[in-house]
Ligand binder design. Structure first.
Ligand SMILES: [Zn+2]
Ligand SMILES: [Zn+2]
Length: 136
């Protein structure tokens, strides 16, 4: 079956278990999202992924080589740590958002009045979308 992401699907689809891929460094560890439980081996944690020499990330992320492309400079961002509670969270929109820093959604909700209106609206929109999906 061809890989066809449906609308609203998570950006990161990690095949589990990950098959042994040629010429991939041993994973440094396993990233696990505290919120949705997404687990995936990561090959790098930091701001400058190896092989992607021109890329500097805005935050320290857990990354892995993109298994969907043979290009070595392509990588996936799995997640990062919430700057408030320090929980590891994936970059899925249900789990975290990036606003200057990484925030997990529970922390965003807790401090929603400190975020600008656009973030508040965004979160409301997401909630409505979730309700729509749930009622289908
Ligand atoms: Zn997650
Ligand atoms: Zn948090």
């Amino acid at each position: 079956m061809p890989y066809s992401p449906a609308a609203g699907q998570r950006i990161i689809e990690v095949p589990v278990p990950v098959r042994k891929m040629q010429s991939v460094e041993e994973p440094e560890g396993v990233f696990e999202c505290r919120l949705c439980g997404l687990r995936a081996p990561y090959s790098y944690h930091g701001q400058k992924p190896p092989n992607a020499c021109s890329v500097v990330l805005l935050e320290e992320c857990y990354t892995m080589n993109d298994p969907f492309t043979p290009q070595k400079d392509r990588f996936l961002i799995l997640g990062s740590h919430c700057c408030l509670c320090n929980n590891a969270v994936c970059v899925g929109q249900d789990c975290s958002l990036f606003y200057a820093k990484r925030f997990c959604i529970p922390c965003v909700k807790e401090h929603i009045d400190k975020f600008p209106e656009e973030i508040q609206l965004d979160l409301q929109k997401k909630k409505q979308q979730q309700n729509l999906q749930a009622s289908r």
